[in-house]
Design a protein around this ligand. Sequence first.
Ligand code: TA6
Length: 298
Amino acid sequence: MNIAQLSAEHGIAGSVEFIEGDGGLTMIRISTPKANALISIHAGQVLSYQPAGQEDLLFLSARAYYQDGKAIKGGVPICWPWFGPDPEGRGRPGHGFVRNRVWNVINTQALTNDAVKVTLGLSDTSETMDIWPHAFRLTQEIVIGDSLNLTLITRNTGADLFSITQGFHTYFNIGDISQTSVLGLQNCPYIDKIDNSIEKKQAGEVTIAAEVDRIYRHVSNTLIIDDKALDRCIQILSQGNKTAVVWNPWEKISKEMADLEDADYRRFICVEATNAANDVIGIAPGEEFRLLADYRVM
Ligand code: TA6
């Protein structure tokens, strides 16, 4: 559907507008008294969530690609049906294939509490079957209001059980990485991906002064990003996940990544509600699984 058709079918005067965004990609601009947001239909990715009177909660790279076949660097990329590198080592894209596809707009709705809900979806096609041979319906419910509330629902519409890993690969906008810590992971075991995937145990809060790429296991449902430079705490609530990833590329990798500015590593931290590593989700035919994340400034 083009922008005029989407607007006619799903636009809501004053709160849901379909626009041509960067790279000519169709995007949804949400305006509510509580917060504004920008969602790309390509990748089904929230790019901006800005509560009234606050800086954006999400980091979006000024050098992000907005083109077919490329992931948009920033916001909330959806990793599905695998998190990380191709689990079968067959050269399929890292973090799955849905962040490179155009999602369908299923519904938009003004909720009673001044919030707006956008529902996006994707189902199997012959193209997805070639990449991942399973029938599925993937739905993402995005509620923009006091918080940014995301639900990713995977339904198995085929005849055989399938397994997934997945995640909200969320890039949080922070004032300064050296004044930022992540609370709530104390005592959690983690897989240190930059130290031969050795398992370690978190002592105290997570602070970052070098490249960090960790899969935390047995995580609690509440994490907090304490951002002293912006003088705010972001609360992350999640459900459906036993793992969480913390990633910051630090200086060298930030420079090497063409879709990041050299100093961007100072301006974001990824804290990701995931089903990763051995947190693998099996879904029987006709069944569904929900992964939830909720982000708000405390
Ligand atoms: O989630 C952490 C991570 O898997 C890192 O290992 C790093 O490779 C990063 O994601 C890549 O993210 P990107 O959005 O550039 O694909």
